[in-house]
Design a protein around this ligand. Sequence first.
Ligand code: GUN
Length: 301
Amino acid sequence: MPESSAQLIDGKIYAERLRAQVADQVAALKAAHGLQPGLAVVLVGDDPASQIYVRSKGEHSLAVGMHSVTHRLPADTTQHELLRLVGELNVDPLIHGILVQLPLPKPLDEKAVLAAINPDKDVDGLHVVNAGRLASGQPALTPCTPLGCMILLRETVGDLTGLNAVVVGRSVLVGRPIAQLLLQADCTVTIAHSRSRDLPAICRGADILVAAVGRPRMIRGDWIKPGAAVIDVGINRVPFDDPVKAAEGRTKVVGDVHFKEASQVAGWITPVPGGVGLMTVAVLLQNTVTAAKRQMGIESV
Ligand code: GUN
């Protein structure tokens, strides 16, 4: 196979830059207003992946100078206990952002928990009020991964006006909000999904292709328009291609895009790992600063 022709979009560079900007904003808020943005992260149970994500959120929020609290609750926490904690955080003046790590263990009701978060502290952007604000073009707290994708697109492609954007996946967490953000950026947006007819043909029309379906390497090289920007949101654990490693039960992380094929055709592409995933926590920190400023009525710092 020839060498990759696509430019790699390195999430590490953009995430580091955004975290540095957030650290500057936190310092300025402290100096000018005596305000220290505070983030509370709630983890229920002992899902190993969630533990890693939650630790990273706590460490990065401290590193940018925020007040940071992590609540680790046992897997048998009741709905009532979890709602009581959310209720306390909603009125805690030191906390400006609340994130309840998903998925929650059964039988906890995720929708009810998300609905209980004060929308102005919903730094995950998952409350229906924020989804509604986003859909109607009002200032909203916006889900972190979609906002991270938009930052990568703006930093690489630049002006997105008039481009054809195809989002594969219609999840509340990623597909729907990123479609809204692309629409706000004046793209012509198509949301495709597992029931769409002739998905390859739809994808071939995309100047911007966002893959958020959760199916390993589903999007092949010949689905991609030459020169397109490909944003791969997938995080899928699969056995190694090497049969010896696979036989040992070893796994690796791949995206929803067949990277080797797609990188021959695309103009820009995010790797997995090392692309979009790294942006999520940085955007969470930015959302916490945004939430703190709005709650305190501060326009700029
Ligand atoms: N679990 C995986 N991604 C997310 C996310 O963006 N927010 C929350 N709260 N939980 C998650």
